[in-house]
Design a protein around this ligand. Structure first.
Ligand code: FAD
Length: 537
């Protein structure tokens, strides 16, 4: 095989697919090359091989405000049958004593729930939401949806306006300090930290004090894809095909070809070459891109050292227990509060602020945190088609260390036993989860995540920390931010670029603007301009 394209994209994570969809609509002949036999990366829905008809979302499931993403609108993905569901009781911490702290799609209802724990904290929540909402709309959203501005320029622009200065002053703290200083009740503090921790910002990082109130004030409610997360990948692929783009699976790149300092194609492990007239864009992590795929002489020693030094999140790896069920989990707490049986994201085992430090300590030691905090959902309550008629699927996730007892290989020995422990704990909250109701179960460890998606090094599902200065203009590292790299024609588009991991598609969306501009192609969509927004504050 020897092919010639305008551009090649490495990997078919959703960011790569979003980038490809925009460029295909720009008339370029572009192909995405995927090592696995399925597309979508973190958008995975697998049919249970032992019990056909049960579909499990083995990677991402809670897609926050997905339908509000600009690419969802621009690419008109609903034309391809894509549908999202946004359950009203969006998240609930269920306590052992039967009380629950709840996040609703309605802020008033969320406030009512907070006020049951502490009137003062309920009011603080309202005040913070009011205060930060304009910051979210006029600063943080345009910023996430634009190529990043240099830190100096950003600070200079934000310092010009009261709103910008307010953000800078709120951000000074860490999320941990924010919660500790602004809220009193232990359950509320724990809930806010965990709710934010689910987004995986390191809660100790100064400079992110705005992240928790921004999450509460913005449109960040969790949604799920009808038919399973993989349907989003399928809709993107359908759109790509409709516009002449190509997606090839089962092909693993061996190297990125560079001629006269310009990326010109890739060589595959099979020996074939695919050539690119204009660009190669990598949806992989910096170590894969700069150390495994580029020859040492294609970059400087400094760039290689920067890629080598790219860091991953200690707290991000997940352990997952997946179930096929005769009936949905029925929570004891729902006897008094029936709504809880329809809660979308259910969080169990979370009661105290100090648990954050306990989780952190356990991860540092390579041990599974105790007591267990888990969160998950029963997708079939909201989308019955993900299981046979009147049957259900459900899952729970737990933050767990990558190097268990010092080595990730230990997961292969311990994961099934640990899955049973998790099920036992879950059944203390939902007593109907007995062997009569559980048809099948399987686990996925942080090591399994890395095996499936090697870009998620050390099982880090965000593909890199926001610490170590790996944020905004400097993500993944200084000189390779803004989606361009030191090698001409080589771009980055995965979660190790701004604004980072999770299913946002914004890395690919922003990369599309940068690549189109470099190739003198029209920007046919209407992206926000962060710099203009900042100037008009
Ligand atoms: C268990 C789990 C649960 C999660 N839950 C959520 C959630 O609920 N909500 C949320 O928003 N996010 C969640 N995430 C995170 C989210 O899935 C990721 O942050 C996101 O998928 C990253 O997207 P990406 O576009 O960078 O690429 P990825 O989705 O990581 O895809 C990368 C692609 O590149 C391919 N690839 C890797 N190496 C190579 C190679 N050498 N050559 C060619 N191809 C290669 C992979 O096979 C994959 O297809 C979860 C992740 C995991 C693992």
């Amino acid at each position: 095989m020897r092919d010639q394209y305008d551009g090649i994209i490495l990997g078919t994570g959703h960011n790569a697919l979003v980038l490809l969809a925009y460029l295909a609509r720009n008339g370029l002949r572009v192909v995405a090359v995927e090592k696995s036999n399925v597309v979508g990366g973190g958008l995975a829905t697998e049919e249970n091989p032992r019990f056909p008809g049960f579909f499990h979302n083995t990677h991402s499931f809670f897609h926050r405000a997905l339908t509000a993403m600009p690419w969802y609108r621009d690419l008109e993905l609903e034309r391809h049958g894509l549908q999202y569901v946004e359950p009203e009781l969006n998240a609930a911490v269920i306590l052992p004593d039967g009380r629950s702290l709840e996040w609703w799609t309605s802020l008033d209802k969320t406030m009512d729930s907070f006020s049951e724990f502490s009137k003062k904290d309920g009011e603080s929540l309202r005040n913070w939401v009011d205060e930060i909402r304009p910051i979210v709309e006029r600063i943080l959203l345009p910023e996430a949806q634009s190529p990043p501005i240099s830190p100096q320029r950003r600070r200079e622009l934000l310092s010009r306006s009261p709103l910008g200065r307010k953000l800078l002053s709120i951000a000074v703290r860490s999320p941990l300090e924010f919660v500790e200083q602004e809220f009193d009740d232990d359950v509320i503090r724990a809930g806010l930290l965990f709710f934010n921790g689910l987004r995986e910002i390191d809660l100790r990082l100064k400079g992110f004090g705005h992240s928790i109130p921004a999450l509460l004030a913005g449109r960040h409610t969790a949604q799920m894809c009808r038919g399973g997360s993989a349907k989003l990948a399928q809709a993107l692929v359908d759109d790509i095909h409709e516009h002449g783009g190509e997606v090839r699976t089962g092909l693993e790149p061996k190297s990125i070809l560079v001629r006269q300092d310009q990326a010109v194609g890739i060589e595959l492990h099979q020996g074939d070459r695919i050539m690119a007239k204009a660009f190669v864009a990598s949806g992989l992590n910096p170590q894969q891109t700069f150390l495994q795929l580029l020859n040492a002489d294609a970059t400087t020693r400094q760039v290689r050292a920067q890629a080598e030094g790219y860091q991953y999140n200690l707290l991000c790896p997940l352990f997952a227990l997946n179930l096929a069920l005769h009936e949905p989990p029925r929570y004891k707490a729902a006897e008094k509060r029936p709504e809880l049986n329809r809660a979308f994201m259910v969080i169990l085992g979370l009661e105290r602020f100090a648990q954050f430090h306990e989780i952190l300590g356990a991860h540092e030691e390579g041990e599974i945190p105790s007591p267990t905090i888990m969160w998950g959902a029963c997708p079939t309550l909201f989308d019955p088609d993900q299981a046979p008629p009147n049957k259900h699927t459900a899952f729970m996730w737990e933050k767990a260390p990558y190097a268990l007892h010092g080595s990730p290989q230990n997961w292969d020995i311990e994961k099934d036993r640990h899955g049973q422990e998790l099920l036992h704990l879950w059944s203390q909250f939902a007593p109907n989860l007995t062997s009569d109701v559980v048809i099948d179960s399987f686990t996925r460890s942080p090591l399994d995540t890395e095996r499936r998606l090697p870009n998620m090094r050390e099982g880090d599902l965000l593909v890199g920390s926001l610490g170590n200065n790996q944020v905004g203009f400097n993500r993944p590292f200084a000189g390779a931010g803004q989606y361009r790299t030191p090698v001409r024609g080589l771009y980055l588009c995965g979660a190790s670029t701004h604004p980072g991991g999770n299913i946002t598609g914004l890395c690919g969306y922003n990369a599309a603007r940068v690549i189109s501009a470099d190739l003198d192609l029209p920007i046919w969509w209407n992206p926000p301009q962060a710099e203009d927004s900042f100037k008009s504050l």
